[in-house]
Design a protein around this ligand. Structure first.
Ligand code: TRP
Length: 340
């Protein structure tokens, strides 16, 4: 039987933004809707705690926001198992066995973790749980025997490490685990820059459009976007490179011919920023309006959203416990099986 299992997830540290949407959520929904896959979507609250241990309230509040964002973009609990990491005890035990299969120096070489350590100014006070989160992520993936992991480009080192752990495990204890592969966004459509022109849209930089932003907020944000600081008069020729309005149009507007035409007119001079921003706002509203509407519907019944997460977690537990049993048997820590 072909393995079409997908696992992916997000840290609940805030509401999801349109960078998450183009970088990963959209792809997940597409894959889900082909009907060819068995998707597991995890809210990684334990991973979020690795660098937020002193702010559990933030994680708790964000959990429901992320669940709402998932439902809003079209993840469907009938087609995808949506669950919560902390409710799956098998993941923690798998993590414990896998930790013995990596070295500290290998963990130190993970470029994404390295960058995060710098960005968060951890210096020498790195929480050990944070430092080892790629191992816990391997537990998340392998517990479901997932083959495909749709994630942003920054997660490639995690998959590399996951494959190494899987290979070590399988060669020492026998073939139990599945080697996962990443599914990355198409080149050029991957990373959405921030409203301010920063290469990354990120909550900490305050340059995001959230999936939950209302129409007015969206419009205000679009009108404040970074364009070409030297394009002062409408008739001046404008720069398209580094201009966020065009960066966003390239990603969100399917009418490529129209975008090419706008770029030409902008570069020639005579096309004003307000005009192109109004147009971008229309394009974004067409995509985000329906998402916002669905979110508002789900918001009316929050207990139902928790129930959905619980049902998903119950299902996820069955699968993860089965894998854990196989792992225990492979390692040989299933002593009492002889009593069965
Ligand atoms: N690291 C991912 C993020 O930063 C979240 C995550 C946790 C994840 N476990 C995972 C992603 C397993 C894919 C597979 O958002």
């Amino acid at each position: 039987m072909e393995n079409n299992i997908i696992l992916t997830g997000d840290r609940p540290t805030g509401k999801l933004h349109i960078g998450h949407y183009v970088g990963s959520l959209k792809k997940r929904v597409e894959m889900q809707n082909t009907g060819k896959y068995t998707p597991y979507i995890m809210i990684a609250d334990q991973q979020a705690l690795t660098d937020n241990a002193r702010d559990p309230e933030k994680i708790k509040n964000s959990l429901i926001q992320v669940a709402l964002d998932y439902l809003a973009v079209g993840l469907d609990p009938k087609k995808s198992t949506i669950f919560v990491q902390s409710q799956i005890p098998a993941l923690a035990e798998l993590n414990l066995y896998y930790l013995n299969l990596v070295t500290v120096s290998r963990l130190e070489r993970n470029p994404t973790v390295k960058a995060e350590i710098q960005q968060k100014n951890f210096e020498r006070s790195i929480p050990a749980g944070f430092f080892t989160y790629p191992v816990s992520q391997t537990a998340d993936i392998t517990a479901f025997k997932a083959k495909y992991v749709p994630v942003g480009d920054d997660q490639e080192p995690m998959l590399e490490q996951a494959r190494e752990i899987v290979r070590s495990f399988n060669s020492i204890y026998g073939e139990v685990l599945v080697e996962p592969e990443g599914v990355f966004p198409k080149k050029g459509s991957g990373r959405l820059p921030g409203l301010d022109g920063n290469a990354k849209m990120s909550k900490s930089l305050g340059n995001c459009i959230y999936l939950s932003d209302d129409a007015d907020t969206l419009k205000k944000k679009v009108m404040s976007m970074y364009t070409d600081p030297n394009h002062i008069h409408v008739e001046d020729p404008g720069q398209v490179e580094g201009n966020m309005v065009f960066a966003y149009l390239d990603i969100f507007d399917s009418d490529k011919e129209h975008v090419a035409d706008l770029k030409e007119r902008y570069q020639d001079g005579g096309l004003g920023d307000v005009k192109i921003k109004r147009y971008l706002n229309e394009v974004l509203e067409a995509e985000l309006g329906p998402i916002r509407k669905r979110r508002a519907e789900f918001e009316k019944d929050i207990p139902a959203v928790y129930q959905m997460l619980k049902d998903g977690s119950d299902k996820a537990n069955e699968v993860a416990n089965q894998t854990l049993e196989e792992v225990r048997a492979a390692i040989g820590v299933n002593y009492f099986d002889i009593l069965k």
